[in-house]
Design a binder for this molecule. Structure first.
Ligand SMILES: NC(=O)c1ccc[n+]([C@@H]2O[C@H](COP(=O)([O-])OP(=O)(O)OC[C@H]3O[C@@H](n4cnc5c(N)ncnc54)[C@H](OP(=O)(O)O)[C@@H]3O)[C@@H](O)[C@H]2O)c1
Length: 333
């Protein structure tokens, strides 16, 4: 079967198309899935660049396809089911239980840049009715992260105001979930053209973080006292403005590392505004099921910017890294 592996981590062209042996029949507790689509996430760049990534590692955490066979004891899936991957196969519900990616496909385990997977059945769940495989693949990471940040700990309610940074995969899902929940959505971007597209998707207020570097103060003023929740995908360089943007007693969901993994934190402002900052790591199985129910009920569809065939994964990664995308970049397999 065809696959793409990380051959040269850290180099300009880290991946290579290879032929791997067919993985065979599923054993007890396993499923055999024909993968039809995947999607790119920022962490894929980190995996590609990490010198510790094993040679021949199969990347990509997003995956969707069709079950071909199930092993003994598998009850939640049957042959013919359309399925979508799970980021944390061992986290069912409730409080976080993992602080590593050891059991995550595409990071600690072989991922979905391949045609056929035989793996623990817990790695997959039913995909939304009516979704294409490419659409389903975008749910594993971006969809679930946006859902858990807004609907889980974020606990947004109708009338709340949420701030979404940039127009990448997580933020564009979050925009749609925020509107579904009856919230006011503010979107920032480096591109006026992308902001217009965000408006068309339902954003109530938009602003360019390049031309308005003090965007947090601006949002504080526009909202008349601050937003209820900020989805912080930027990290150290954007956090100070996110703190400005949020209201007294508001929440910041710490999600992303686009500007790095450590930096100065204005702790005094956090104290004075009595904010709640919480790290978010994708989400758990129950949230994934709730998200899929909401998608089926609402008809929300992911924003897919562009798709590439598996053989062109290297080109897809370069395109994704350039930052010109709006929403998700998917891989057809
Ligand atoms: N914690 C988790 O569970 C989790 C899950 C998924 C993703 N993440 C992280 O969240 C971040 C976003 O992921 P993604 O998949 O949505 O990435 P993505 O699709 O690549 O989107 C990134 C977008 O963020 C915007 N951006 C870049 N630098 C920015 C800055 N300084 N200020 C504001 N916006 C900026 C850009 O939007 P414009 O082009 O519109 O400017 C860019 O297109 C990444 O760091 C990723 O690792 C974390």
């Amino acid at each position: 079967m065809r696959a793409v592996v990380v051959r040269r981590p850290g180099e300009k062209n880290p991946v290579e198309v290879v032929d791997l042996p067919d993985p065979g029949h599923p054993r007890p507790g396993e499923v055999r899935v024909r993968i039809h689509a995947s999607a790119l996430n920022y962490h894929d760049n980190i995996v590609m660049a990490d010198p510790d990534t094993a040679a021949d590692h199969v990347p990509l955490a997003d995956g969707a396809g069709v079950v071909e066979a199930v092993g003994d004891g598998v009850t939640h899936l049957s042959p013919g089911d359309s399925v979508v991957g799970r980021f944390f196969p061992t986290w069912q519900a409730g409080n976080p239980v993992v602080d590593h990616f050891g059991t995550t496909p595409g990071i600690g385990l072989p991922g979905y840049a391949r045609e056929i997977v035989v793996a623990q059945a817990a790695q997959f769940d039913r995909a939304p009715r009516g979704y294409s495989h490419a659409e389903s693949a975008t749910l594993t990471v971006a969809g679930l992260t946006a859902w858990s940040a807004l609907m889980g700990d974020g606990g947004i309610r109708p009338g709340d105001t949420v701030v979404l940074l940039g127009t990448g995969g997580v933020s564009m899902y979050a925009l749609q979930f925020a509107k579904l929940a009856g919230a006011t959505a503010i979107v920032t971007s480096s591109s006026d053209e992308k902001l217009e597209r965000a408006r068309a998707l339902g954003a109530d207020y938009v602003l360019n973080y390049r031309t308005v570097p003090e965007w947090g103060d601006h949002i504080h003023q526009w909202t008349g006292g601050g937003a209820d929740l900020v989805l912080e995908v930027g990290g150290p360089s954007t956090l100070p403005q996110s703190i400005r943007a949020v209201r007294i007693g508001g929440k910041i969901s710490m999600i992303g590392v686009l500007t790095g993994i450590s930096g100065e934190v204005p702790t005094g402002e956090i104290d004075m505004k009595q904010l709640r900052l919480r790290g978010v790591l994708v989400g758990h199985h129950q949230q994934q099921r709730e998200m899929i129910r909401a998608i089926e009920g609402s008809g929300i569809r992911p924003v897919i910017d562009r798709s590439f065939p598996l053989d062109e994964l290297g080109d897809a990664l370069r395109y994704f890294t350039s930052g010109s995308h709006f929403g998700k970049v998917v891989i057809d397999i």
